[in-house]
Design a protein around this ligand. Structure first.
Ligand code: AMO
Length: 434
């Protein structure tokens, strides 16, 4: 008999076969209630001694919670059963026995710390609320991918092992590459730019990236995932921002279309953003932060407290997603283009959701001499980046792009405080397994 998901079973299903985990068990002597859970939901299995005989009764009695079972039986309506129906088994087979005690309660009835949950993530993810987060994440990726494909972008897969950092600073992970030192990439940055020299014009990638972050915050991972995009023949950063906002809107729409049950399960009322998104300049953002009592020195990054103040003001006006653009040159990586009219600023932006920075992007430098100068100004050595710089010598079009943190996108729109919840098996300074 073909297996059915519990969500497909109702009072009219007749004889069915279901398979899953014993999520709960109540033993009343001559009658036993099992809750069988699969990826779609749960159904009650009602085992009555006078219906099933001794062998099945004994097997049901000896079951530990979370064992994997296969049950065939007749479905009957029962208003008292969760979901309104129950299965009376003809057969009950144990496919895999679970040990006891369990390392944690996947039902969430007994509190477990985030750390215990992550240590036992395979079991934590059996909880439907936890899994709902990853259904949203899946829909977010589909939404982005769908938009890029419909709009002529090509999905690429760039190398993840490299010879140099991309984002400046010392936050790289060295690896042993035979007798040489190499690094895990901090972003797809250099290679998506090389694809512009290659004439691909419009590329995207959903990719892991690694940063040896020193600080332990609820918004930083050492391994994160980024939705990266790069395109050629742009006028300025505004062309990139238009793509960025359309991608974000498509992601939200796809989540609402294909993961609405997950949103309900997580009790999230997600609004599709109206375009164009609000655009603040860096200077305006500093002003708002100042009005709210958080002074930021011009040229410095906007700290989390200031971001909260800015987000609060924008939320009052109905802007959840918004841009902060025209960042000071000292605040941005070497490849971003300084504003030709005022070199103190760059042609860059961040996209934020409330107080979360989701992405950075902008127009790139495509002039080789200026690029070398900026690399040197940031204390890096251009000779170590020959493979990258060579691509600017033989015809590099004006180009730009963005990198949007997928983990942050998911955490922020679902109102999750700690980014680790939005990652299957998070990597942080303190966590390398499971
Ligand atoms: P940036 O360094 O701002 O820009 O990173 C882009 C986005 O990636 C996410 N992100 C992270 N998420 C979690 N943990 C981290 N440690 C982490 N680091 C980055 C954030 C961030 O906004 N190459 C440029 C992008 C571009 O211009 O195309 C870059 O990497 O959401």
């Amino acid at each position: 008999m073909e297996r059915k998901y519990t969500s497909e079973v109702d009072g009219s299903s007749g004889e069915v076969k279901v398979q899953g985990w014993v999520r709960d068990k109540r033993d009343l002597g001559s009658i036993m209630f099992l809750v069988l859970a699969d990826r779609t939901g749960e159904i009650q299995i009602t085992v009555k001694e006078d219906e099933v005989g001794e062998e099945i009764m004994d097997r049901a009695e000896s079951l530990n919670r979370e064992s994997v079972i296969s049950v065939t039986g007749k479905v009957e309506e029962n208003e008292q059963a969760p979901g309104g129906s129950e299965i009376h088994p003809d057969s009950l087979d144990v496919l895999s026995e679970s040990e006891k005690p369990l390392p944690m309660d996947p039902r969430g009835k007994q509190d477990a710390s985030l750390s215990t949950r992550l240590d036992n993530r395979f079991m934590d993810l059996r909880n439907s609320k936890r899994r709902a987060i990853f259904e949203v994440r899946n829909a977010a990726c589909s939404g982005a991918r769908g938009w890029f494909e419909e709009n002529g972008f090509m999905e690429v897969h760039t190398p993840k092992i490299t010879v140099s950092g991309t984002e400046g600073g010392a936050e790289v992970f060295p690896i042993i590459y035979y007798e040489k030192e190499a690094f895990l990439v901090q972003s797809a940055q250099l290679y998506k730019q090389l694809m512009q020299a290659a004439g691909a014009e419009k590329v995207y990638e959903i990719t892991p990236q690694w940063r040896a972050e020193k600080s332990r915050t609820p918004r930083h991972l050492t391994e994160s995932f980024s939705v990266d995009m790069e395109m050629s023949f742009i006028e300025d950063q505004e062309d990139v921002m238009e793509v960025q906002e359309k991608v974000v809107k498509a992601m939200v729409e796809e989540i609402k279309d294909s993961a609405s049950d997950a949103l309900d399960e997580l009790d999230i009322d997600l609004k599709v953003p109206e375009l164009p998104l609000k655009r603040l300049t860096y200077d305006e953002a500093l002003e708002i932060a100042g009005e709210k009592g958080e002074e930021i020195q011009w040229g410095e990054d906007i700290n989390i407290k200031a971001m909260r103040n800015i987000a609060e003001k924008l939320e009052e006006k109905g802007h959840d997603f918004y841009f902060i653009k025209r960042w000071p040159v000292g605040e941005r990586a070497f490849y971003y283009r300084p504003d030709p009219e005022d070199g103190k600023y760059t042609q860059t932006f961040d996209l934020n959701y409330r107080s979360w920075e989701l992405s950075s992007g902008g127009q790139r430098i495509h002039d080789l001499d200026l690029l070398k100068k900026r690399i040197e100004e940031q204390g890096m050595d251009p000779s170590e980046m020959k493979f990258y710089l060579d691509a600017f010598r033989y015809g590099m079009p004006p180009h730009g792009g963005f990198g949007m943190g997928l983990d942050r996108f998911v955490a922020s729109i679902l109102d999750i405080e700690n980014i680790k919840e939005a990652v299957l098996f998070p990597r942080t300074p303190d966590r390398l397994q499971p």
